[in-house]
Design a protein around this ligand. Sequence first.
Ligand code: NSS
Length: 429
Amino acid sequence: MKTTISQVGNYLDKEVTIGGWLANKRSSGKIAFLQLRDGTGFIQGVVVKADVGEEVFTVAKNMTQESSLYVKGIVRVDERAPSGYELTVTGLEIIHEAVDYPITPKEHGTEFLMDHRHLWLRSKRQHAVMKIRNELIRATYEFFNDNGFVKVDPPILTGSSAEGTTNLFHTKYFDEDAYLSQSGQLYMEAAAMALGKVFSFGPTFRAEKSKTRRHLIEFWMIEPEMAFIDHEENLKVQEQYVSYMVQSVLKNCQLELKALGRDTSKLEKIVAPFPRITYDDAIKFLQENGHEIEWGEDFGAPHETAIAESFDKPVFITHYPSVIKAFYMKPDPNRSEVVLCADLIAPEGYGEIIGGSQRIDDMELLKKRYAEHNLSEEAYKWYLDLRRYGSVPHSGFGLGLERTVAWVCGLEHVRETIPFPRLLNRLYP
Ligand code: NSS
């Protein structure tokens, strides 16, 4: 019976055939242990010379790392194996022999691994990260579909910016200037006025000259937008969504979390509600703890980490000064120098994973902001229309998928959270 490693449990004590690759191997004169992978998982194949005969055993002994093969074997329970099973090999058919696979079981430097990202993806850790990334995406669609949201796809080529003009990727659109999308938000606001509750999931681009462990040039964002939802309600959706994602990974990715050595007790605590702290209180807290920061300045990574360390759940920092935030954020009616916004800071030093806000719904105020931010009324005319025809209170947010993957997987750097990372100075492979 042809099957996959993830399905072998259905064939206990039966003979199966699996197409796979050799990840690693140990052998002596009489027995060989093959670490096999097939994309769905990893399993050990045991080849006993006395059982399979000279010919098959020689094939096993000489097999090279990452050669592809069909392996035939009987499925056995093995309590020591992470998956719970092993294969007693009865036959081997090499499909293609790999010669001198560059990523050997020894340690390699980061740059070497990044140059071989197309192969590095095959390793057990990278496999686990990609599976958890997939689970976060799956849980995202499930959460928003279950809660009455409609998936809407904003454009990637745009004529205007959403998050400031300093990090725009410029390109030509025939005779016009165009930019790669930094955020689908403005289009999602239009969609929310048509469909009520919407979400998007797509690539976004920021030509940021930052070389940190949290910045990618191309990253994927989930952007929900909701009509008739205010700042407070927006935070509730965010904490429900993030809790749902983390609990889904705990439920469906135990093998992967184990492969990564993730401390899951930390993830088990990620249940709504999340703590909230105002920007004012965050500044006071930082000043009291020896940080040199003044009201009106934005937080850097060390500030975010210091604040997050007081909590074992993600924490919302709310009500930032309007001068350091985007043009579209609605001022607090009780205090116009701050806006109805929040950043969600992940625990364990992973930094900001969400930026969100209630949006300006008043046309005159929005026009004033255009002037203050030097935005051309022409390019943003359509966005004003959303306030001209049946304007309503509305809110939304953007969650950076890669930073969320880094946190949930417990990774040092976002470069391992996306199949082919685009970083400052890296466009290969
Ligand atoms: O700039 S954000 O804070 N907010 C927006 O783009 C809003 N327009 C979203 C919205 O309200 N619809 O970015 C949102 C998130 C941020 O919290 C990070 O998690 C992630 O996007 N982000 C990044 N991830 C990786 N690399 C880079 N360079 C990056 N920039 C933002």
